[in-house]
Design a protein around this ligand. Sequence first.
Ligand code: UT7
Length: 348
Amino acid sequence: MQRSKIAGIGYYVPDHVYTNNDLARFMDTDDAWIQERTGIKERRFADRMGETTTTMGIEAAKIAIGRAGITPQDVDFIIFATLSPDYYFPGCGVLLQREMKMREIGALDIRNQCSGFVYALSVADQFIRTGMYKNVLVVGSEKHSFAMDFETRSRNVSVIFGDGAGAVVLQPAMEEGQGILSTHLHSDGAEAELLAMYYPGSHANKWLEGKPGFPNQELGGLFLTPEQLEQGAALPYMDGPAVFKKAVVKFPEVIKEALSANDLSPADIDLLVPHQANLRISQYVQQLLGLRDAQVFNNIQKYGNTTAASVPIALCEAWEAGLINDGDLVCLAAFGSGFTWGSALIRW
Ligand code: UT7
């Protein structure tokens, strides 16, 4: 079967740098705590009015498309992964299609949070493998800064996340043995609420039922009420320690699954590019798999956790730094809200 390869890659991070000390101006936190618990030193935040998840995605896409040697009009399909879309609907894919003046091609948005890029890559890979498309654009982009709460009550979430975007163009691989060898996707919704944003949403409204402010009408009015907004219901929630415990099990598991599916072992990996959730998670995974420092790429120190953008940003930085060369075995892995997790093994 025809394999796909990454023919072009790009990333974009906004100019505004916020150090840990900058965040300490808004909430009760400090540089030492953030660095010790997460490894993060600083992150980028998008221009509040001038940049959106889509515009950042476009900047990354332009670079990826240029490096693939094609034009926006050559793209056959768009897959856009984000949890912080410009609009609740429609998704960012169509906004990118419009701004980049692409043909009337299909555009699919993926809502798999931190695993979004690996899921998107896997979907794109299937389209190339079946011969349906020749150029698939995959984008991961996030503008967390717009929706996060910078008060002490949300400090366990808001010190972690940053903004940015990454993109790749997948094309059919021409050389024998080259390209995406396999992708592996998983989910377990049993603990979906441990890392989630509950509102706006269409689920039964447990938050307000029976309380003043519960809409006194037969239909509608429950998607997002003013009371919910006031109580902070439309903010991301994360049980950090529970997510951490699950992540350190599922990361190594899905990496081993990818290796064993291809008859390979951890020693064969030239570069592991894990989703940048927490430096301690990456170090733990490295230790469990017995990988050397040079086999694992981390850049969370500079950008924080950029969710769907973190894998393509890290992959692109590693590639630009000359850490990935033709023939190298690159492993991507991610874990996040859902829970969802996945891996991809690539012969560059
Ligand atoms: O991207 C995919 C999904 N996300 C993840 O993979 C994240 C996984 N989880 C984590 O990375 C970590 O759990 C966190 C970094 C979120 C939190 O680190 P932790 O070591 O698990 O801390 P904790 O939540 O257990 O909190 C320990 C203490 C608490 O104080 P008390 O109750 O012990 O007095 C928190 O209130 O640290 C406090 N704390 C903070 N202190 C200063 C929480 N956030 C902060 C903060 N600054 N920003």
